[in-house]
Design a protein. Structure first.
Lengths: 133, 405
């Protein structure tokens, strides 16, 4: 059993520094959450959605982003991966903040417009950050 | 027209199977990840379930034997018990996921807490099972689940690339494991065993006989056809909305958001109503399927017409499976992940579920003039071969692609 656990741990890559493909997957989650948040915010900006849905879904997306940020923060990394990992943690904080704004004011068209613009920009940044990994 | 109005059994069985909580997200993920090239998997799966549902309904009409009676008759005690245990585990896991899914959907409307709405869902489902007649359950959950046709309207309104959709229905050689993961998953979702358990037992509940062959065919072809159409529409709409934006759907809220893009709040509400009744129907499908299988295997009296005092074992097992599903859902396990695991790991059980139907359908001594014709035999054995292949490929692809991610 111990041997199987050891093989599983080695296979999953646990225990060592973060690999570029792991960081890429993590940034991919941030990019996806930001893009979805922008779509959600677009509905708020155009008054084409339901406030309760926006509040719950923005909160869910925010939790996903925060969970990803915690994983990134806890992972050790080296070289250019470490540099991009720190940038990803910062990005996660900004995405979470923008999602929090529509969660707090799910019926404010002006907040919706601001969050849509901000989340679109942050999603693009996440895409660029993942390039070349 | 009268026959077409009696397709509720097929509709609820199909909706429960194709567009339950996990499949809704899985179809959207296939659209967001692979896009139109995955479309061909849907008609492959839909035709397979149509073939076996029609066969199992015909067997009930002629021989009055639902699926688990056939399992018990055709397998020895050990294999039939293994099939029973495996099917019960997977069905109860799916039931837990559906109850959890109902909690999420209701929370999107009222924002209290998911565990609270899982409890509300449990009471609502139990009340529907207890107070509504079988036909009423089929019609309410089956037909209201058709609100999901909003995805068909959304796909058309979003002005899709019809050429690319057409090419998506032609299988292509593809090297990516993720592509094959979604193809296998889409076929498997259409063939989930509990659809057949529910369909064949539902046919007994509706007291089908040899005069109901047309109703059986209409249920199998129209009911499952509608389920497949909705699944395809979700995949197409997700390809149009989510794929270009780089969104990977992980929750049912993302699937609802797809309908909001073309139709605003109305689209969102229609999507949630459809999801609520489709997932509610799937909850009832799975609860009944588990109780039917156990009762049929043990040789108890069973059926919706029996009340607690008439047949306590069937009624109590139905209540017990609902309670078990509720307990699992209350642990906070992610319902989407739970159903994805249930789909992938139900595939090895598929051959054990479908083989007895095929053997009895081909048996002239049992079926008389309603025995499988040449087309049903060829399709039946062809699909059985495919199912055996899927049984091997699915767990491998699941591990290889890390669940399609």
């Amino acid at each position: 059993v111990a041997a199987l656990v050891a093989v599983a741990v080695l296979w999953s890559g646990c225990g060592g520094p973060m690999q570029p493909d792991e960081l890429k997957r993590s940034i991919g989650t941030l990019e996806s959450s930001a893009a979805e948040g922008a779509l959600l915010a677009n509905g708020v900006a155009r008054d084409r959605t339901k406030a309760t849905f926006v509040r719950v879904h923005a909160r869910d997306l925010g939790e996903t982003v925060e969970h990803e940020a915690e994983k990134l923060h806890d992972a050790s990394a080296e070289g250019r991966v470490a540099f991009r990992k720190a940038a990803a943690v910062d990005l996660a904080g900004r995405i979470s903040e923008a999602l929090g704004n529509i969660q707090t004011a799910p019926d404010s068209r002006s907040e919706g417009r601001a969050a849509e613009s901000s989340l679109t920009r942050l999603g693009d940044r996440a895409g660029r950050l993942a390039e070349g990994l | 027209v009268k026959t077409l109005l009696r397709v509720a059994l097929g509709v609820i069985a199909a909706i429960g199977g194709f567009v339950d909580i996990g499949d809704l997200v899985f179809n959207a993920q296939a659209g967001a990840s692979v896009g139109y090239p995955a479309l061909w998997a849907l008609p492959v799966g839909v035709l397979g379930i149509m073939v076996f549902a029609e066969m199992s309904g015909r067997i009930v009409a002629v021989a009055k034997k639902p699926n688990f009676v056939l399992v018990k008759e055709r397998y020895g005690p050990r294999l039939s018990t293994f099939t029973l245990v495996a099917s019960l585990v997977l069905t109860v896991l799916t039931l837990a996921a559906e109850l959890g899914g109902l909690g999420f959907v209701l929370n999107y409307f009222f924002d209290v807490s998911v565990p609270f709405f899982v409890l509300v869902a449990l009471f609502a489902v139990a009340a529907a099972i207890y107070f509504l007649p079988f036909g009423g359950i089929e019609r309410i959950f089956g037909y209201l689940g058709l609100a999901l046709l909003v995805y068909l309207a959304a796909s058309i309104k979003l002005d899709p690339d019809w050429g690319a959709i057409g090419r998506g229905f032609v299988p292509e050689a593809h090297g990516a494991a993720v592509y094959w993961y979604f193809v296998v998953g889409l076929i498997a979702a259409a063939l989930m065993p509990y659809e057949i358990y529910f369909y064949s037992s539902g046919a007994v509940e509706e007291e089908w006989d040899e005069h109901d062959m047309t109703v059986n065919r209409a249920n199998a072809f129209v009911g499952f056809g509608l389920g497949g159409l909705i699944a395809a529409a979700i995949l197409v709409a997700s390809t149009q909305v989510l794929k270009p934006a780089g969104i990977t759907p992980e929750s049912i809220g993302t699937v609802a958001l797809v309908a909001q893009v073309p139709y605003g709040e109305l689209g969102l509400i229609l999507a949630f109503v459809g999801i609520l009744f489709a997932v509610g129907g799937a909850t009832i499908d799975t609860a009944f399927s588990a109780a039917y299988n156990l009762a049929q295997h043990q040789g108890w009296k069973w059926g919706k017409r029996f009340r607690l005092l008439d047949e306590p074992r069937f009624t109590l097992s139905l209540a017990g499976f609902l309670a078990a599903g509720f307990a699992i859902a209350q642990t906070g396990v992610d319902p989407i992940e739970l159903t994805e695991y249930a789909v992938i790991f139900s595939i090895p059980v598929l051959p054990l579920t479908y083989l007895p139907i095929l053997l009895v359908g081909n048996d002239e001594a049992v079926m008389g003039r309603f025995v499988n014709g040449p087309l049903a035999r060829v399709l039946g054995w062809g699909y059985f071969g495919l199912i055996c292949l899927l049984a091997v490929a699915a767990p491998v692809l699941f591990a290889w692609t890390n669940g399609g991610s």
